[in-house]
Design a protein around this ligand. Sequence first.
Ligand code: KG4
Ligand code: ZN
Length: 334
Amino acid sequence: MVIIAIESSCDETSAAIIKDDKLLANIIATQEIHHKYGGVVPELASRAHQQNLIPVIHQAIKEAKIQKSDINAVSFTRGPGLLGALLVGTSFAKSFAQGLDVPLIEVNHMEAHVLAHFINEPRPDFPFLCLTISGGHTQLVRVDAPTNMTVIGETIDDAVGEAFDKSAKLLGLDYPGGPLIDKYAKEGNPDAFELPNTNVPELNYSFSGIKTGIRTFLIKNLRNNEQFIQENMNDICASIQKKFVDMLFKKLLKAAKQEGIKNIAIAGGVAANSEVRNRLKSVGVEQGWETFIPKFEYCTDNAAMIAMAAKYKFDKKEFVDQSISADPRMKIGS
Ligand code: KG4
Ligand code: ZN
């Protein structure tokens, strides 16, 4: 059983090929064009997907050493994501499936982030909790089976990756700023600065208040010292990073207790953050959790995770027809 997967929800154009449950290729073209604008420009993302998609698919087929005629199903990210970007992958996948006369499989991008844990060993046992943290989402997901997931908490405003990127922008750092905050934080004191707290009920998150708090904190200090940011970059980054990670883990701990689950996973681009990874390991030891972190290349957007999610749908013969369209607000479980 050979499935090709296409991912085009944001600023990564990716194609992957899976045979049974073995990944044969995972090609990713990252769109550099957005860097100079300080964020993803939707129209430019769509155009870049149009340019990159066919070369990326060719490369995946070549690397997997298969023929187009070997493909048994075409899968694609239906949502959530940027509408124009999703449309490029969706339209291509529909035509490709029709041309090859094989079934078409839709995949939810957020479910795929969770299922990235099944690309390689060790794979978590069910049920497990997954904290999915990316530039677009912050979700706590209870996973009972590959095709049975429930969101038990999520951000009510900004995603944590967005908060990292916007904080970095306030510090004059390039986009995406998350990895840069991580880099400077390594040399800084996480307790150097006290940042404000935000309180959100239950298992939900809010990152927009803290972003405003960081802005106010910077303005206040810049008034006394114009060089405040340059002189304290490492300590500021370490303090911001600690605050975000504290917020993430407060609710993760609460969720684990509430659900009585000790298999804990993280996924999404922010799972690449070194403090998130260290904290998961240390809290995991303290709580007796079994913890799971995907390989770095499966944390950020990629089509391998789409292929993995499609495999489970293929097994259940969950196919869609040509009337399907992109769904930028697609929800888990829909
Ligand atoms: O999952 P992803 O590649 O794309 C989305 O679906 O959003 O996540 C990208 C996000 C960006 O906000 C980026 O700044 C953040 O992940 N990120 C990090 C790190 N690496 C990527 N944030 C903090 N520390 C990192 N090391
Ligand atoms: Zn993503």
